[in-house]
Design a protein around this ligand. Structure first.
Ligand code: PLP
Length: 404
C-alpha cells in the first residue's frame, strides 16, 4: 500500500491568495453592483514589451524550420542567455560570476522551492519574518520545520528573524545559529531594501558560522537607491556562502511566460562537495524548465531596446508605488516600502488585525489588498498593497482609501 508524504499534511490552512479569492468572490456575489479594485496580488498587468514579442515571434519561426529547430535545451540553459546575464547582471556590476555558474530555469518560485533539496533534512533554516511564504512551505514539505503551533503560527524548528518598524524591516543576526538563511531583498511583502554594508554583515556571518545564504533578488530591477546592492555578489566573500535567485517575472513581465535563474558559485562547498555539482542534478535537468523560445525572449531583455522598454515598465509601476505611498501618507497611514520595491507596507489603523483591515477595505472601499499576517507572524497588524495595477485603478483606489 502506498503512503503519502506526511509532511504535506502538516501545511496549515488554505493558501493566502485562495482565502482572499474566496472572500472577494463572496463579497462580489452579494454586491454585484460594486466595482472592486485589486491592489493585492503580486502579478504584473502590463503586456510584454515589443522587443520581447519580436524575439518570441522570431524564435517560433525558427522552431518551424529544420535548419533552426531546437530540441532539448542544454542543462544550464542556452549560452547566449547565460552570457547576457553574466555580463549585464554581474560583470557590469563588478561581480565575478561566470556564465557556467548560472542555471536558467522556469522561474524563481520553483528554484526557491527546490533549492532546499540539495541540503540535508537536518539543516536548520532561518527566514525573514514576514516574507514570501514559499521558503517555509517547501521546507515544511521536506520535513525540516518541526511542529506547528497554530496559536503563534510558527514552526518549532524554524528561526524567525523579525523584520519590523523597529529594525527598519532588516533582520538582525539570529541568536541561534542557522545552516540555511533565506534573505529576500528588496523584500516581499515589506518593500524594504538592505544596504550593501548591512548585507556584508550577513555574508561575513555566514562565512564565519558555515551557513549558506539563499538570496532572493526577484525585485532587483526596482532598486532606485545607490547604496542598495542588486546582487549579493557585490559583497566580498559571497562566492563561498551565497546562492542567488533571480526572476524575469517582475522586471520583464514573464509571470505567465516563465523564466528565471539561479546562481550557484563553484566556490560554494560543503567540505569537498560542491553545491554547483549537486544543483546540476536538480529536477528538470536536460530541459531546465525554460524552452528555447522563452530563453530567446529573455536574451531580448538585455538588448539596448529591451533595457529601454523595460526601464519604462518599471517606472510605470514605481509611479503607481509613489501614488499609493503618498496617498496613504496623506490619509494618515504609517507606510514603508515603495522606494526600491513595488510593494507598500502599511500599518493597520486603530490596532485592527490584518484580516480585520482586509474586510474593512473590501467592504468600505471595495479595494483588495493582502493581509500582512499571511506572510509570517510579524506581519500581523500590517497590510500589503502592490503597484502592479493600472495607473487609473491605482489612483481610483487611493481616492477611495482617502475617503474612508
Ligand atoms: N521570489 C519572490 C520574493 C516573489 O515575490 C516571487 C513572486 O511573487 C517569486 C520569487 C516568484 O518568481 P517567479 O515568477 O520567477 O517564479
Amino acid at each position: 500500500m502506498f503512503k503519502v508524504n506526511d509532511n504535506y499534511l502538516k501545511l496549515p490552512g488554505s493558501y493566502l491568495f485562495s482565502t482572499i479569492g474566496k472572500k472577494v468572490k463572496a463579497y462580489q456575489e452579494a454586491h454585484p453592483d460594486k466595482e472592486i479594485i485589486r491592489l493585492g496580488i503580486g502579478d504584473v498587468t502590463q503586456p510584454l514589451a515589443p522587443v520581447i514579442i519580436q524575439a518570441l515571434h522570431k524564435a517560433v519561426d525558427e522552431m518551424g524550420d529544420a535548419a533552426t529547430f531546437h530540441g532539448y535545451a542544454p542543462d544550464l540553459g542556452y549560452e547566449f542567455l547565460r552570457n547576457a546575464i553574466a555580463k549585464n547582471d554581474y560583470a557590469d556590476r563588478g561581480c565575478q560570476i561566470g556564465a557556467d555558474e548560472i542555471f536558467v530555469s522556469d522561474g524563481a518560485k520553483c528554484d526557491s522551492g527546490n533549492i532546499q533539496e540539495i541540503f540535508s533534512v537536518d539543516n536548520k533554516i532561518a527566514v525573514c519574518d514576514p516574507v514570501y511564504p514559499v521558503y517555509v512551505d517547501t521546507n515544511v514539505m521536506a520535513g525540516r520545520t518541526g511542529v506547528y503551533d497554530p496559536s503563534s503560527e510558527t514552526w518549532s524548528d524554524v528561526i524567525y528573524m523579525p523584520c519590523t518598524a523597529e529594525n527598519d524591516f532588516v533582520p538582525e543576526l539570529p541568536k541561534e545559529t542557522p545552516d540555511l538563511i533565506y534573505l529576500c531583498f528588496p523584500n516581499n511583502p515589506t518593500g524594504s531594501a538592505i544596504t550593501k554594508e548591512q548585507l556584508q554583515v550577513w555574508v561575513d556571518y555566514a562565512n564565519k558560522v558555515g551557513a549558506v545564504i539563499i538570496y532572493d533578488a526577484a525585485y532587483e530591477a526596482y532598486i532606485s537607491e545607490e547604496n542598495v546592492p542588486h546582487s549579493i555578489y557585490e559583497c566580498q566573500g559571497a562566492r563561498t556562502c551565497a546562492i542567488e535567485l533571480r526572476s524575469f517575472s517582475k522586471n520583464a513581465g514573464f509571470t505567465g511566460t516563465r523564466l528565471g535563474f539561479t546562481v550557484v558559485p563553484k566556490d560554494l562547498k560543503s567540505g569537498e562537495v560542491s553545491l554547483h555539482s549537486l544543483w546540476a542534478r536538480r529536477h528538470g535537468t536536460k530541459y531546465n524548465g525554460a524552452p528555447y523560445i522563452v530563453q530567446k525572449a529573455g536574451e531580448a531583455v538585455y538588448s539596448p531596446e529591451g533595457k529601454e522598454q523595460l526601464r519604462n515598465q518599471v517606472a510605470y509601476y514605481m509611479n503607481n508605488a509613489r501614488v499609493i505611498k503618498e496617498g496613504l501618507q496623506e490619509a494618515g497611514y504609517t507606510v514603508a516600502g515603495g522606494v526600491n520595491a513595488p510593494y507598500i507596507w502599511l500599518k493597520t489603523p486603530d490596532k485592527m488585525t490584518s484580516w480585520e483591515f482586509f474586510d474593512f477595505l473590501l467592504e468600505k472601499g471595495n479595494v483588495v489588498g493582502t493581509p500582512g499576517s499571511g506572510f509570517g507572524p510579524s506581519g500581523e497588524g500590517y497590510f500589503r498593497l502592490t503597484a502592479f495595477g493600472s495607473y487609473e485603478n491605482t489612483v481610483a483606489a487611493l481616492e477611495r482609501i482617502k475617503k474612508l
